[in-house]
Design a binder for this molecule. Sequence first.
Ligand code: TYM
Length: 325
Amino acid sequence: MQRIFSGIQPSGNLHLGNYLGAIQNWLTLQNEYDSFFCVVDLHAITVPQDPQKLREKVLEVAKIYLAAGIDPNKSTIFIQSHVKEHAELCWILNTIARLPELEKMTQFKDKSQKQEGGSVGVGLFDYPVLMAADILLYNANLVPVGEDQLQHIELTKTLARRFNQKFGEVFTIPEAHFTKEGMRVMGLDDPTKKMSKSAASEYNYIALTDSPATIREKIKKAVTDSGSKVKAGADKPALTNLLTIYSLLSGKKINQLEDEYADKGYGDFKKDLAEVVVDFIDGFQKKFNSLDNNEVLKILDQGAQKAGEIAGKKMQEVKLKVGLS
Ligand code: TYM
C-alpha cells in the first residue's frame, strides 16, 4: 500500500484555505493510502509562540483533523515533537542541504520579512529541511498540500536524491498532490493574495472556529469584481475565488453555479454562499465540540507509537549509511 504524509502547523487560526487546500483531500486519500497526518509543532516554534497557547493549539489541530473526518482507525494522527526522529533526521539532512537552496525559498523570504529586523531565527531558515525529514522518514509517496508548499516538496525531492546518490538508496522520492481548484484559496479581502492564518485583517479568512454571524458578515464584506455577473474568469479573481469555495463545499461544478446565478446578482449569490459555509462549519463545530480531550490524547499517543516505530527503523538505516552506527 502506498503512503501519504501531511501536516499543519498549530499556529494562528485554521481557515477554509487549510481545509479546502489540504484536509478535504486527505479525507478521500485516507481510504486508498496508508496515511500519516501530523501536527507540526516543531515547525510552529520557528516563529515566537506563547507556550500555553501552543499547548492548546496542538490539541486543537488534532481535534480539527478528527472533526473534519480523519478516521483514526484508518489514519495515523500524531504530534511531530513526540517522535524524536524528525529532529534527528533534520540534522543529518542539514549536512547535505545547501545555503542557496534555502535562501531562495519564498516562504522564508515572506516570513522573515514579518519578523523584526535581526530577530529571524535559524529555525525559520531551516524549516524546509525539517519538512523534508517529516516526509522522508515515512517513505511517503504522496504529500497532499496547497500550492504554497510545492517549493518545499521540490527541495525534499532534491535532498532525497542527493542522499541516495551519496550514501545509497534509502529514501522514496515523494510527489506533491493537490487539486487545481483548492490549491490556492484566496483572501476574501484581497483575491490577489492567498487566504492566510497570519493575515493582518480577520476579513481575509473564514476561520473554522468562526460563528455563523461572523461568517455571514465576512462574506457580505468580501471584495467583488466590477460588473454584476456571477462568473469565474481571469478578469474576475474575486468571483472565481467565491465560486471555488462554493463549489468545493457544495460539490456543484462552477459552470453549474454560473448557470444557477445567471439571472441573479452578487447579493443573492453571497447570501447563498454564506449559508453553504455556515452549514459546513456548523456541522464541523458540532463534531469538534463533542470530542473528548482524553480520547484525543489517547489517539495521539497511539499515533506517536506507530509513527515512532517506522521512523526509528528509517533512522537506523540512515545512521548505518552515514557511518553513525
Ligand atoms: P500550513 O500549516 O501553513 O498549512 C497547512 C496546509 O494548508 C495549505 N494552505 C492552503 N491551501 C490552499 N489555499 C490556501 N490559502 C492555503 N493556506 C494554507 C498548505 O498548503 C498546507 O498544505 N509547511 C507546512 C506544514 C508541514 C508539512 C510537512 C506539510 C510541515 N511538514 C510535511 C506536508 C508534509 C505548512 O506550513 O502548512
